[in-house]
Design a protein around this ligand. Structure first.
Ligand code: SF4
Ligand code: SF4
Length: 441
């Protein structure tokens, strides 16, 4: 009687050896490339007016447009669009934003690599454990102190005009709100990048918790799947995890930011043994499809809910583009003031009051001129005409239209009041009646 062969429990016996993964492949190089691109965007955005809020001057800059805080519709559509982008990212791609694009993660990982670099340098430079520790720590803190000033400057530039902020920094301004804000952000950045780092993601940051509510059965996850009992328990996936978790305990751990470092680690370890890794990205925990899936499923559009979200995002984006395209650089309105229909002045002329409101939403000063048509010899009681309006300036004025009675004047005389900017980019015409006293019979 022949003894039956033991079941092929281990993949080393059961499967053909796989070729080693090519060097430099994996998720980490891609992630580091996105980090660099993200850092450059973070660095340059405040200097380009593509996205910035100027708190001292109460305006926002978006896609090159200068928008006043009072322009509610534009701000509403921009906020709704960005909110849907963040929510859609969480629903479709899980916490990919956290690991690939979040500044907190980018700078926390950078701080960890600076700490390791400083320790290596100290190791080479001096002898003695104590001296190495002091030198390594000192170097790390010195680099982080300089970096904190630069990062805080960039961050604060999103809210205070960069040249204005630089002036405050050079004068060591610790008196004005802007200066105090810059100094506070510098200290917080330093403490964050030296002490808190990724702990921020698992304790304070609400996005991770919100993501837990938003994700569903089709969201992207990082999954450990070991159906052939192939794990050699090398724990490399645990050692590389910056969030300090073991992905083998399940894909729904709140700390997991879906960075994919554990995937690379397992691919590398098991790849050397000729076997595919046991950890991978997975849509809702499903196994990888045998046949290639259509592009829209690979991009995450896996059910009607995602299409609805995409449609809502497109609607908000379209509304935003439309409101920006229809936006008038100078707002002008003229309304007749009918609290008193007319007033007879001591010199016999008749006055009708008009309320004028102007808002210059352009980045340049504009001259605004007002005149009346259809009223012979009419004058306006404006101190200045044209009136110069600075960038972002708004004014409201009540003025009189004055006219002496003329032959053929009626009790109600249709007139046109025209208001026009000097560059002729904005104008408004108000048509109403000029009231005269009733004629005595
Ligand atoms: S478990 Fe893996 S994917 Fe999740 S945070 Fe850790 S290394 Fe990144
Ligand atoms: S790296 Fe792979 S083989 Fe090693 S412990 Fe993690 S899952 Fe197991």
């Amino acid at each position: 009687m022949t003894t039956p062969a033991p079941p092929a429990k281990h993949w080393l016996i059961a499967e053909k050896r796989q070729p080693l993964p090519p060097p430099g492949k994996g998720h980490k190089p891609l992630r580091k490339g996105v980090h660099l691109a993200g850092f450059l965007v973070f660095l340059l955005l405040p200097f380009t007016n593509l996205m910035r809020i100027d708190i001292p001057h109460q305006r926002c800059f978006f896609a090159g447009f200068e928008i006043l805080i009072s322009e509610f519709s534009i701000l509403f559509f921009a906020m709704m669009f960005l909110m849907f982008v963040v929510a859609a990212m969480a629903i479709v791609y899980g916490r990919i934003y956290c690991s690939y694009m979040c500044p907190q993660m980018i700078f926390s990982e950078w701080s960890t690599s600076v700490e390791a670099w400083a320790a290596r340098l100290a190791q080479k430079a001096v002898s003695g454990a104590g001296a190495r520790k002091v030198l390594g720590k000192g170097l790390f803190l010195a680099v982080l102190a300089v970096a904190s000033v630069i990062l805080a400057f960039i961050f604060t530039s999103y809210f205070i005009e960069p040249r204005d902020l630089l002036g405050r920094l050079l004068h060591a301004d610790l008196v004005t709100v802007g200066g105090i804000t810059g100094a506070t952000v510098t200290i917080l950045t330093f403490l964050d990048l030296t002490l808190v780092k990724q702990k921020f993601c698992t304790t304070i940051c609400p996005y991770g918790y919100i993501q837990g509510f938003l994700q569903d059965k089709q969201s992207l996850l990082v999954m450990y799947q070991d159906e052939t009992n192939a794990c050699i328990d090398c724990k490399k996936c645990v050692r590389v995890c910056e969030m300090g978790i073991d992905i083998r305990n399940g894909p729904f751990q709140i700390e997991c930011v879906h960075c994919g470092d554990c995937i690379d680690a397992c691919d590398e370890v098991l790849g050397k043994l000729g076997h595919p890794g046991l950890i991978h990205y997975s849509w809702g925990g499903a196994k990888a499809a045998a046949a290639p899936e259509p592009w829209y499923r690979r991009w995450g559009f896996r059910d009607a809910k995602r299409l609805v979200i995409l449609l809502v995002m497109i609607c908000y984006l379209s509304a935003l583009v439309l409101t920006l395209a229809l936006r008038k650089p100078v707002l002008m309105t003229l309304t007749p003031d009918r609290t008193v229909l007319f007033q007879v002045m001591p010199d016999g002329r008749v006055a009708n009051k008009v309320l004028m409101s102007l808002a210059n939403r352009s980045p340049r000063a504009v001259d605004i001129k007002v005149w009346v048509e259809g009223l012979p010899g009419a004058t306006l009681s404006l101190e200045k005409n044209p009136l110069t309006l600075g960038p972002g300036e708004s004014v409201e004025r009540t003025f009189d239209i004055l006219a002496a009675p003329w032959d053929g004047a009626q009790e109600m005389n249709p007139i046109r009041v025209v208001i026009q900017s000097s560059d002729r980019n904005a104008s408004d015409v108000a048509e109403f009646n000029f009231f005269m006293p009733p004629k005595r019979k």
